[in-house]
Ligand binder design. Structure first.
Ligand code: F6R
Length: 243
């Protein structure tokens, strides 16, 4: 595991965007696994800037997102599909047909999970998976549990996740209670993983994830078992990892 120390959020964003950019340059038809949330916003902004300068070409890139709220349509401003369009896809030359997320409007959870799992297989594996870290150690929406869930599944979001995500909604009642998420096995099958973390609020959980026991109670701890993980974190997030 490589740990890259960034000065602050902007530095973290630029360093992580450089890694994604290198992936696209080295393999223009790569499959990127993408994440939403506050952490990657600066990365997407940076990628758009480099695209606009002519340094990046998304024409042959395929993307698969980690997760989507169950019950939200892509038109809903809080949906992850809306986020991805607004924060990245609409600003670069990516082929919309090659951008994939779980379909939050599909009420048939088993059917939707099977469809997304098949899609993940059909794109031929993820070259680089971008991950954020939940306050409770979740990756994607793989919440702390007694076992690692392997495949795409429908999850009941924990109170702490609903609480953490209410900042994006008008009220806590509007935060969906369920989501579709890639499973741990799919994430672990990615050839490379890029975990981005910022802020002091994540310092304890980052330390647990990187140096604590590998346990489904801290889902991100499984990343210790992956052969090619790069962590880009700012000094505040790494403040408890000083050796
Ligand atoms: C989002 C996702 C989540 C977030 C995590 C951190 O697609 O999969 O695991 O990465 O909740 O969210 P932020 O970046 O908002 O702190």
């Amino acid at each position: 595991m490589r740990i890259i120390r960034a000065k602050d959020y902007q530095d973290m964003s630029r360093k992580a965007a450089n890694i994604i950019s290198a992936q696209i340059i080295m393999k223009p038809d790569c499959v990127l696994g993408l994440a939403t949330g506050s952490t990657p916003i600066g990365i997407y902004r940076q990628l758009i800037e480099w695209y606009e300068k002519g340094d990046l070409d998304f024409a042959d890139v395929t993307t698969v997102n980690l997760d989507e709220y169950k019950g939200l349509s892509p038109e809903n401003e809080q949906s992850y599909a809306y986020f991805m369009h607004h924060r990245l896809f609409d600003h670069v030359n990516i082929n919309p047909q090659r951008t994939h997320l779980p379909d939050g409007t599909n009420p048939d959870a088993d059917g939707e999970c099977a469809r997304y799992e098949a899609l993940l297989q059909s794109v031929g594996g993820i070259d680089l998976q971008l991950l954020g870290l939940g306050n409770n150690g979740h990756i994607g929406f793989n919440e702390p549990d007694t076992a690692f869930e392997k495949e795409t599944h429908c999850i009941n979001l924990l109170e702490q996740t609903i609480e953490a995500n209410k900042r994006f909604f008008d009220s806590i009642d509007e935060v969906p209670k369920q989501a579709y998420t890639m499973g741990i096995r799919t994430i672990m099958m990615a050839k490379k993983i890029l975990l981005v973390v910022n802020g002091e609020g994540k310092a304890d959980i980052l330390k647990e994830a990187l140096y604590g026991p590998v346990t489904p109670h801290v889902p991100a701890s499984i990343l210790q078992m992956h052969p090619d993980v790069t962590v880009v974190a700012d000094e505040a997030a790494l403040s408890r990892c000083m050796k």
